[in-house]
Design a protein around this ligand. Structure first.
Ligand code: G3H
Ligand code: 13P
Ligand code: ZN
Length: 309
């Protein structure tokens, strides 16, 4: 049992029709719920930490909590930096013991993204750490991208091939229609599978990553709203669309919003049903259980990753 890189997990996932779940972590209960779920499903696991999570919980706490979860459950975990925005944060995480980092240069022009990514790859590989990069821009739902404008923001397949060749990056996050958060599509959900297939055909050995992949289960949104919340109009990526993407080189599926919704819905329920309760364990515990149940569902029914460890 150890902190491991994603290398072996992705090699195996690429040859099969399943993906590894990459779940964002911010505190102890979230880590425990996810790792217990992966343990019971005997599934490969990536825990990822954003800059916001590092700021909220402090990197040392999260790293130590992940190490404790590994000792407690015997589950191997890849510890990954999510959306690293510059070389410095990637270096810091590598020096702190992360086994994987993302350098997100997607906001820069192609050549600048290549140069930044290559610099991180050189440092990471020298330290036994793997790197995810991003090419193309994830749409915000507010962008409401028109069909003819998609090629301007979605990942260009030829550029993807050149990018991987020139940077030596280990995995690539691509833009094919998903976006972050609970409001992903204004109209019908749409993912550009043709583009995904073209990318996968050009770089068949490169694990592809799908950000913004929460399915925003109605069950949790409804429960939040039933117990005093107001989350109108939330819409995620339908589960069957994730299952389809997984067949075409998507090896890593990023999930954060679903964790937030599952935990918050349960905490809302407990507090509304027990207004006199003020022991944090009495609501954080059920919140942790809700995360575990949701992650098990994902691993089994959406990622097809049960027993793939
Ligand atoms: O992609 C973004 C992740 O959901 C992390 O969100 O920056 O609020 O921690 P955060
Ligand atoms: P969601 O907001 O769909 O959960 O996406 C999370 C993500 O991509 C983290 O990098
Ligand atoms: Zn993301």
């Amino acid at each position: 049992m150890a902190l491991i890189t994603t290398k072996e997990m992705f090699d195996k996932a690429l040859k099969d029709d399943y993906a590894v779940g990459a779940f964002n972590v911010n505190n102890m209960e979230i880590i425990q719920g996810i790792v217990e779920a992966a343990g019971e499903e005997n599934a490969p696991l990536i825990l990822q930490v954003s800059a916001g999570a590092r700021k909220y919980a402090k990197s040392a706490y999260l790293t130590k909590l992940v190490e404790a979860a590994i000792i407690d459950t015997g589950v191997d975990v890849a510890l990954h930096l999510d959306h690293g925005e510059d070389f410095e944060i990637c270096k810091q995480c590598i020096d702190d013991g992360f086994t994987s980092v993302m350098i997100d240069g997607s906001k820069y022009p192609f050549e600048e993204n290549i140069a930044l990514t290559k610099k991180v790859v050189d440092y990471a590989h020298a330290h036994g750490v793997v790197v995810e990069a991003e090419l193309g821009k994830l749409a915000g739902v507010e962008d409401n991208i028109k069909v003819d404008a998609r090629s301007a923001t979605f990942t260009d397949p030829d550029e993807a091939a050149e990018f991987v060749e020139r940077t030596g990056v280990d995995s690539l996050a691509i833009a094919i229609g998903t976006s972050h958060g609970a409001y992903k599509f204004k109209g019908e959900p749409y993912l550009d599978y043709e583009r995904l297939k073209q990318i996968h055909n050009l770089i068949p050995d490169t694990p592809l990553v799908l950000h913004g992949a929460s399915t925003v289960l109605k069950e949790f949104v409804d429960r939040c709203n039933q117990y005093g919340g107001s989350i109108p109009g939330a819409q995620g990526v339908p589960e069957e669309m994730i299952r389809e993407a997984v067949k075409w080189g998507i090896c890593k599926v990023n999930i954060d919003t679903d964790l937030r919704l599952a935990m918050t819905a349960e905490i809302r329920r407990v507090l509304m049903e027990n207004p006199a309760e003020f022991d944090p364990r009495k609501y954080l515990g059920p919140g942790r259980d809700a995360i575990k149940k949701m992650v098990q569902h994902k691993i089994k029914n959406v990622l097809n990753a049960s027993n793939k460890r």
